[in-house]
Design a protein around this ligand. Structure first.
Ligand code: DC
Length: 235
């Protein structure tokens, strides 16, 4: 009998389609979802709102340990509920993403968020979306996916996403910001973005999202379900 909830990790750079894939996996499997980027974004957004000095670690770490956040899956997407309000739109800008990426380089911040992320692992299972899910937070995960796409394709997708939310952005500066963020996320000294050992590598540049979802579902079926590793509730 398997009493530890299984975890599927999905890591990769921004704009590769992780959010869509993870929501689809969580919905189809009926599992929980951790959007770890939202934790770093929320911390960045709240630090900016409070005008915290981002070079001062102690107030940032203290904020990281206090943030009360809930994720609610709706037909319209994932809502990030902070202090009773849905702040998903406020967190979606590239400016917040870029600040999140800067504070994510700080080891004490990552440590402060470590246990909080692990606590999302609840029955019957967890889909964990981020940069270090398979390498640092859930190294024991039975299924690990690394989802990526070319920078140009990811920037085009992000442009369409932001424009659909009436955010006014231009392609070239967005591409520059995303490239800078890629550099920071892959080069930092702690928990740098990298494919976990043995991860399924999925290039979504030319793949429709439905096909990405199907490939990932087949992989989870093969690594978890058909191996009898799905969660069984104790009697
Ligand atoms: O996935 P995202 O774009 O919402 O993440 C925003 C930033 O947060 C990302 O550029 C780097 C950081 N991040 C991280 O360092 N580790 C994670 N597990 C998730 C996000």
């Amino acid at each position: 009998m398997i009493t530890t909830p299984p975890v599927v990790t999905v890591d990769g750079p921004s704009g590769a389609g992780k959010g869509t894939l993870c929501r689809a996996l969580a919905q189809r499997l009926g599992w929980h979802l951790l959007d770890s980027g939202a934790l770093y974004r929320l911390l960045a957004w709240e630090a900016l709102r409070r005008s915290l000095d981002l070079t001062q670690l102690a107030p940032l770490v203290s904020l990281a340990t206090q943030l009360e956040v809930r994720f609610v899956m709706t037909v319209l997407g994932l809502q990030i509920i902070f202090e009773g309000q849905d702040v998903s739109q406020q967190l979606a800008t590239e400016a917040v993403g870029s600040t999140a990426s800067k504070i994510a380089c700080l080891s004490p911040i990552r440590k402060a968020l470590h246990q909080r992320q692990r606590a999302f692992c609840q029955p019957p299972g967890l889909i964990a979306d981020g940069r270090d899910m398979g390498t640092v937070i859930f190294p024991e995960a039975r299924a690990k996916i690394y989802l990526y796409a070319s920078l140009e394709e990811r920037a085009s997708r992000r442009l369409r996403q932001l424009q659909s939310r009436s955010v006014n952005v231009k392609f070239e500066p967005l591409l520059g910001e995303m490239s800078e963020r890629d550099q920071r996320d892959t080069q930092r000294l702690v928990a740098a973005l990298a494919a976990a050992e043995g991860a399924l590598l999925l290039d979504s540049t030319d793949l429709p999202i439905e096909q990405v979802i199907q490939l990932a579902l087949n992989y989870v079926e093969c690594r978890v379900i058909s191996k009898g590793l799905a969660y069984t509730a104790p009697d």
